[in-house]
Design a protein around this ligand. Structure first.
Ligand SMILES: Cc1cc2nc3c(=O)[nH]c(=O)nc-3n(C[C@H](O)[C@H](O)[C@H](O)COP(=O)(O)OP(=O)(O)OC[C@H]3O[C@@H](n4cnc5c(N)ncnc54)[C@H](O)[C@@H]3O)c2cc1C
Length: 387
């Protein structure tokens, strides 16, 4: 969405100002790096947003939100990106799942905190030997009366180091039966035997390996039926993929990841334009007049226009691949400053070109690889699988 084409109402302008002030007050120039490394907005920002019902602004006020619309959701995402601040993170994917499949205990004791955003979650699907093929998960949950004992290891559990709960995919029967013997749990991260260790990723940012050693959890924390995990997981997964599944208040426009990557892509182009407009060649001409620079910028802009218009499940693979290709292209164009990262003198636009050159290849992996998206799209369209 291009904000230059949207006229904000007086209320939306006031909302934008209030949020901008909240971010501004809790911002220092070095914060971008710290925020990205820790993959979390500053505590004061999170608390301010929880108090205002802005973590899930689209929920009704009596359901933990502020009864706001899609424009306000877009303002929140755009301002966080403008400030280079990690998203305050929400539980949009899990709340409808808990509403539908959660135990009465979870609904009474955990769901309200997830709705306001006071409590946060992370996703424990991937393992060292299973990522795309999630039905091969080995982490095992064994039942004894009302208790389960969980043992195993998850990879890439993003946000695990500050989350209150992990939405955990566990094996509860013979592994040969693949997706028919999986069960979902909401495991408290503070239980004995749960451990998160960091994986530092290219371009700044942290994800985690999580270990589960004899973790004892009550049956109250099971979500859905025993061995019914595959169907419990299917809705949050489809929503994450932007597959046209509309759950409460979650915008289907362009798929959430595709839209977020497109906004980052737009900032990348702005950074490259700033660079070109402020540099001169040996003859003293603006780099903006250089035909090669103009061509690189024009190609990037055309790619971005396609990404803005790629709806649903198409949004993520298109935007991820366009972002990676253009981060490389624009880093070459703006070399050598293009590869100067956060905190380095001479960097361009807070180092966005350099950091996206390193970070963007990962966008084609997390939340499902672009190859898997292509397979899914082909299946839905009745076409042969490309892979
Ligand atoms: C930064 C980051 C954050 C992440 N955060 C989380 C998280 O919070 N929670 C979580 O559970 N996971 C998370 N992941 C894991 C991510 O979802 C997986 O890495 C991804 O699904 C791929 O799985 P894999 O790494 O095991 O690779 P594999 O599945 O082994 O794939 C390797 C290669 O083979 C290709 N491939 C595999 N199967 C097929 C097929 N059927 N058809 C065509 N090609 C195929 C893939 O596209 C890929 O190129 C994160 C990953 C990263 C990098």
């Amino acid at each position: 969405m291009d904000f230059s084409e949207v006229e904000l109402t007086a209320e939306q302008q006031a909302f934008e100002k209030e949020l901008r002030d909240l971010l501004d007050t809790n911002w220092t120039p070095d914060y971008a790096h710290i925020s990205l490394d820790h993959d979390r907005a500053p505590d004061a920002v999170r608390t301010g947003m929880v108090e205002r019902g802005w973590i899930h602004p689209h929920f009704a006020p009596d359901a933990g939100g502020a009864g706001l619309g899609e424009i306000e959701q877009q303002i929140i995402s755009s301002l966080f990106e403008e400030f280079y601040m990690a998203s305050p993170g929400g539980n949009d994917l899990l709340i409808p799942t808990l509403d539908k499949h959660g135990s009465e205990w979870l609904k009474a004791n955990v769901l309200p905190g997830l709705r306001t955003g006071e409590l946060s979650t992370c996703l424990g699907y991937s393992e060292p030997d299973s990522g795309s093929d999630m039905a091969a998960a080995k982490t095992r949950a064994v039942r004894d009366g009302d208790m389960w004992t969980i043992n195993g290891q998850k990879m890439w559990t993003t946000g695990a180091h500050h989350a209150d709960y992990v939405f955990l995919l566990a094996r509860t029967g013979p592994i040969e039966e693949k997706h028919r013997t999986l069960t979902m749990f909401l495991v408290p991260m503070n239980l004995p035997g749960v451990q998160a260790t960091p994986i530092w990723i290219l371009g700044g940012g942290r994800t985690n390996v999580t270990f589960y050693t004899d973790v004892e959890v009550s049956d109250d924390y099971r979500i859905g039926g025993v061995n019914d995990g595959w169907s419990v997981m299917s809705t949050p997964l489809a929503t994450e993929h932007g597959a046209g599944v509309v759950t409460e208040g979650v915008t289907p426009v362009n798929g959430s990841m595709g839209q977020s990557f497109s906004r980052t892509f737009a900032k990348l182009i702005d950074g490259a334009i700033d660079w070109a407009a402020s540099r001169k060649d040996a003859e003293g001409r603006s780099r903006l007049e250089d035909p090669l620079v103009r061509m690189a910028l024009a190609e990037a802009m055309l790619d971005l226009e396609m990404c803005w218009n790629a709806a649903g499940e198409l949004g993520k693979p298109m935007a991820a691949e366009a972002l990676a290709t253009n981060a490389d292209r624009l880093a070459d164009m703006a070399a050598p400053e293009g590869i100067l990262d956060f905190g380095v003198d001479g960097k361009i636009a807070a180092g966005i070109i350099a950091s996206q050159r390193l970070h963007s290849p990962g966008t084609a992996i997390y939340g499902g690889t672009t190859e898997i998206y292509r397979n899914n799209l082909a299946r839905r369209l009745g076409l042969p699988r490309p892979y």
